[in-house]
Write a protein that binds this ligand. Sequence first.
Ligand SMILES: Nc1nc2c(ncn2[C@@H]2O[C@H](COP(=O)(O)OP(=O)(O)OP(=O)(O)O)[C@@H](O)[C@H]2O)c(=O)[nH]1
Ligand SMILES: [Mg+2]
Length: 301
Amino acid sequence: MKSGFVSIIGRPNVGKSTLLNVIIGEKVAITSAKPQTTRNRIRGVYTEPGTERDDGVQLVFIDTPGIARPRNKLGAYMTDQALTTFGDVDIILYVVDEKLGAKGGDHFIMERLEAVDTPKVLAINKMDTMSPDVYRAIFEEYEQTGMFREIFGISALKGENTELLVNTLKTYAEEGPQYFPGGMVTDQPERVMACEIVREKALHYLNEEVPHGIAVEIESYEEKPNITKISAVIYTEKKSHKGIVIGKNGHTLKGIGKSAREDMEALFGARVFLELWVKVRENWRDSLRDLTALGYVDTDR
Ligand SMILES: Nc1nc2c(ncn2[C@@H]2O[C@H](COP(=O)(O)OP(=O)(O)OP(=O)(O)O)[C@@H](O)[C@H]2O)c(=O)[nH]1
Ligand SMILES: [Mg+2]
């Protein structure tokens, strides 16, 4: 068996989680049009069984939160989740969607990348939105840095060139153990996936600063023979946000609940009864105690 770890890193909203999902062929990470969607490291496992002639390959991809200047303790945790993978993986896959320096943060990331010996591969994503001239300008700029073993233009959304990217990453895998069983696509438990699905729908239904202050916690999770009963709490960081999440006549909360339930039923292959509550947890993003309770502390290091 050949195996390797690949960390997917970059600024917020460049399409890292969308890329992970297309590589794995299943939705293991939530995505949204709003930046700072991913908050934890998410492992997605790509396995190709061996044949009589070829070795099998397993690539463990680690999707990470977008690297940005932290504004609170949650932000610091998120950026740390990404940066601490740099020295621990076999390949760093840096995803960009604009010219170097178009947004603050790229130079910071490049400096950090330069400081580690880990091989780096660049993916210029969202090619479907770029003219060939724009693409070429981005390509040349990054190529001149001499930091990347390979540079790919891809569209994660359309699945363009992603197979070629994976085939190249496979060549970096080395003789090693199979870390996860063949059929396993992620190590996230269903409870965690359920929280993430609710958060994704909240990101979709809510605007401005409200969705970024949302956290979701499972209160009870009961698997019965023909239905899974899930009760979850949506926390807001301000009192005024609670009413916004509920919406007029409970409309917003109903919408979040309905679409979350539909996604859970598809993912778990079971009927789901989902109950959602909204509670206030003031300024939880800056409270170490709340962050610990909500799973935003490092446990696997
Ligand atoms: N047009 C286009 N949009 C894309 C592409 N890849 C991702 N997107 C969109 O970009 C937005 C952000 O995608 P995500 O996958 O959530 O981005 P991310 O890098 O994981 O973001 P964070 O988790 O916030 O760091 C979503 O609206 C995606 O649909 C692409 O190849 N083309
Ligand atoms: Mg993401």
